[in-house]
Design a protein around this ligand. Structure first.
Ligand code: CP
Length: 323
């Protein structure tokens, strides 16, 4: 693995998932693997889980982790090639990134989309500029279109749940039915988590995969191809083993919100349509907007386990990059 910015950087998803679960069973089994290695973690946008879990993962491999909240504390970065920097930006990425390449062995970056210019966001311009100029492995901590550390975690969480004693598929030998459902939100959110989850589940190939959303919320087909798309949420939820709840803004009418229908919120009434599905969400979650309290606080919620698993996914990726 040279970089970790999408599922395409991974040669064997199942092996990476296995490694993550081995770290969960024995967090310090490779505690000297990252000795004398240092990761830099650049945040152009806020985070809680990604920041803390990746730091913990690095420490368990014996690596130092340096966090830089560049969005709030650093010089304002310029990314455009040939820019005449007579505006608000202070330092060009082609100057900053190679310096970070001298300080660190791996550079991890969070950079959200603008949700204003679809072509620019979907070109992954910012993270690609770091790949171009840093000269060291780049790890996405969530980019304009994808969130691969979250998605690896999600596959780890599903794998762990279906291997456990409580999992009862509807019919023997059936692949688990995984439903990604759109949920309402108060503001326009990126498509990253949904894109990335779709990309990873499709590549993993071990689920019957359904995506349900209101008409108009179609995601980019490059990520969803292979999934069944349904606009009837209740029909989609039927017999689901896992329900992944997430809001996203529109891809076609880019960054817009055309649906505020509160009936898309996942409640216990909707959960009753499923095969006692486990409920997932990447967090942070807007309670009683995306998911009801009763679901989040109920026995089917996997969200805390899922967030906990962020450590093991990050550890497996960092280990792969320093091996
Ligand atoms: N799920 C996730 O990426 O959480 P944070 O934004 O808190 O890192």
């Amino acid at each position: 693995m040279k970089h970790f910015t999408s599922v395409h950087d991974v040669s064997d998803i199942k092996a990476l998932v296995k490694q993550a679960l081995e770290y969960k069973a024995d967090p310090y089994k490779d505690q000297r693997l990252g000795s004398r290695k240092r990761i830099g973690m650049l945040f152009l946008n806020p985070s809680m889980r990604t920041r803390l879990s990746t730091q913990v993962a690095a420490q368990q491999l014996g690596m130092d982790a340096v966090v830089f909240n560049v969005g709030s504390e650093g010089w304002s970065l310029e990314f455009e090639e040939g820019a005449i920097m007579n505006g608000t930006t202070v330092e060009h990425v082609k100057d900053a990134a190679p310096i970070m390449g001298k300080y660190f062995d791996i550079l991890c970056i969070r950079t959200f989309p603008s949700l204003k210019d679809r072509d620019a966001d979907y070109s992954e311009f910012y993270i690609n500029q770091f790949i171009k100029y840093a000269g060291i492995p780049i790890v996405s901590l969530e980019s304009a279109t994808l969130h691969p550390l979250q998605s690896l975690t999600d596959i780890v969480t599903i794998t762990e749940a279906i291997s456990g004693p409580g999992f009862q598929p509807k019919t023997v030998n059936r692949k688990p039915k995984v439903v990604l459902t759109w949920a309402p939100h108060v503001k326009p959110l990126p498509q990253c988590v949904a894109n990335s989850f779709a990309q990873w589940v499709n590549t993993w190939g071990e689920a019957e995969f359904v995506i349900t959303h209101p008409a108009g919320y179609e995601l980019d087909e490059q990520f969803t191809k292979g999934a069944t798309i349904m606009h009837d949420q209740n029909a989609a939820l039927k017999d689901a083993d896992f329900v992944y709840v997430k809001n996203w803004s529109e891809f076609r009418d880019y960054g817009m919100i055309s649906c505020t229908d509160t009936s898309w919120m996942l409640t216990n009434e909707k959960l009753a349509l499923t095969n006692q599905a486990k409920v997932m969400h990447c967090l942070p979650v807007r309670r009683n907007v995306e998911l009801s309290d009763e679901v989040l606080d109920g026995p089917n919620s996997l969200v805390t386990t899922q967030a906990g698993n962020r450590v093991w996914a990050a550890q497996a990726v960092l280990a792969e990059l320093v091996r």
